[in-house]
Design a protein around this ligand. Structure first.
Ligand code: SF4
Length: 310
């Protein structure tokens, strides 16, 4: 026996990962079981799936959304009363998005899942490649995120989805919690709390929120899922990058920091929701999407309200 081989804490097989935060060495089988067990628990605790649901999955084609689709398909793919629908948005980012969409196409066709692809060009008559070089009030990601979320929600409503799954992992959640604290953005903190039913907005679910990003990458690798592509040329959210680096450093020195941030937030999020209740939703007078004011963020960013008022 190779004396250097480290064994799994649950069986006698070779370990493929050491989870510093749990102190466990796990082999392939027990690592996969651990990831899937946490995801099942998350779904059961926060997003109970009932009979006859349509679950839409925001599918960028990267490792997180591909893993989300793969696991939901593993859990619900054989249930005749549950339909899964992958939704991919082409924001019009040359040299980046076409490859990820192709991966999403390959995965949905392999799993036999319905796949819808829609573009900013068709929906908004613009692309991120046109928006990014313009003089803008906000960062490119703000435009991209708002427009994409609005379009995904619209498509999810069109297909009758009752849930919309997105691939946010533990790192994304921990970064967002800290980012909102550092910006003092209470309304975003409230929106980050486990979701409530709101008319016009498909309930968002985050099955991967308890899985560290590195473990998603390993799970994706072990299942031959897409691992990711060259970065988006417009990804310049400086503060998030700093927080990401800081949290990763903390996690090395103090294993479990990311889990602690998430579980602390989950404990206070109920109180936060009661103190700062979310505003009721109404329909955007321009596009009809659900929003808190009379014109939605997407229409404001596209300056549709200016031409509307003329
Ligand atoms: Fe859009 Fe920003 Fe993501 Fe690029 S990094 S796809 S611009 S949100």
């Amino acid at each position: 026996m190779d004396s250097k081989t480290i064994k799994c804490n649950k069986c006698n097989n070779d370990a493929i990962i050491f989870q510093k935060y749990s102190g466990m060495h796990l082999c392939r089988k027990h690592f996969i079981e651990d990831v899937e067990r946490k995801i099942k628990l998350t779904i059961r605790k926060h997003y109970s799936i009932k009979r006859n649901e349509v679950i839409a999955i925001g599918l960028s084609g990267g490792k997180d959304s591909s893993t989300t689709l793969y696991i939901l398909h593993k859990l619900f793919g054989k249930r005749p009363d549950i339909e899964l629908v992958g939704i991919s948005i082409d924001e019009g980012i040359a040299g980046y998005r076409p490859d990820t969409i192709e991966s999403a196409r390959e995965l949905t066709s392999k799993l036999g899942v319905r796949h819808i692809v829609r573009s900013f060009r068709d929906e908004y008559d613009t692309t991120m490649d046109k928006i990014a070089p313009q003089k803008r009030e906000k960062g490119a990601c703000s435009y991209c995120g708002v427009l994409r979320k609005s379009l995904i929600n619209k498509i999810a409503l069109e297909v009758g989805a009752t849930k919309l799954a997105i691939g946010h992992n533990l790192d994304d959640e921990a970064q967002t919690i800290l980012l909102n604290h550092l910006k003092g953005d209470v309304s975003r903190m409230v929106r980050l709390a486990p979701p409530k039913e709101l008319e016009g907005l498909v309930l968002r679910m985050k099955p991967l929120r308890h899985i560290p990003e590195k473990e998603i990458a390993l799970y994706a690798y072990l299942h031959d899922l897409p691992l990711g592509f060259g970065g988006c040329p417009y990804a310049h959210e400086a503060m998030r990058k700093e927080i990401r680096a800081m949290l990763n450093e903390f996690e090395v020195k103090h294993p479990g920091t990311k889990y602690a941030l998430l579980s602390g937030f989950d404990k206070v999020s109920g109180i936060l929701g009661r103190e700062y209740p979310q505003e009721g939703l109404q329909k955007c007078i321009i596009c009809g999407q659900a929003c808190t004011e009379n014109v939605c963020q997407a229409c404001k960013l596209l300056k549709r309200d200016q031409s509307y008022n003329k």
